[in-house]
Design a protein around this ligand. Structure first.
Ligand SMILES: [Zn+2]
Length: 97
């Protein structure tokens, strides 16, 4: 999968940025990636590559779509379970294109 430098989701142009694993936006090493709608940024651990990177990108993209639909953060645990399972299937499908 080709991962872009920028990604537009519902009018918000996210800039993708590689950061060190201990970056605050990665919760100081707990996360492999994150996205912040208010900053229009997606952050990725600079040590991930290949399918791990593709899956992380798809995961953050699904978060961005959910944010644009206003259906995020009803329950963080449910959100993460849905986003992770949905993005894994979506990534598997996108890889075939
Ligand atoms: Zn997530």
């Amino acid at each position: 999968m080709k991962i872009p430098e920028k990604l537009e989701v519902a009018g918000i142009v996210y800039t993708l940025e590689d950061v060190s694993p201990d970056h605050p936006e990665l919760d100081h090493g707990r996360l492999r990636a994150s996205q912040v709608e208010s900053k229009a940024k997606m952050y990725f651990r600079n040590t991930i590559e290949g399918d791990v990177r593709g899956q992380a990108f798809t995961h953050e993209m699904v978060h961005a779509v959910m944010d644009s639909l206003g259906i995020s953060m009803c329950d963080v645990t449910i959100d993460e379970r849905f986003v992770e399972s949905f993005s894994q299937i979506l990534y598997q499908v996108l890889k075939q294109l």
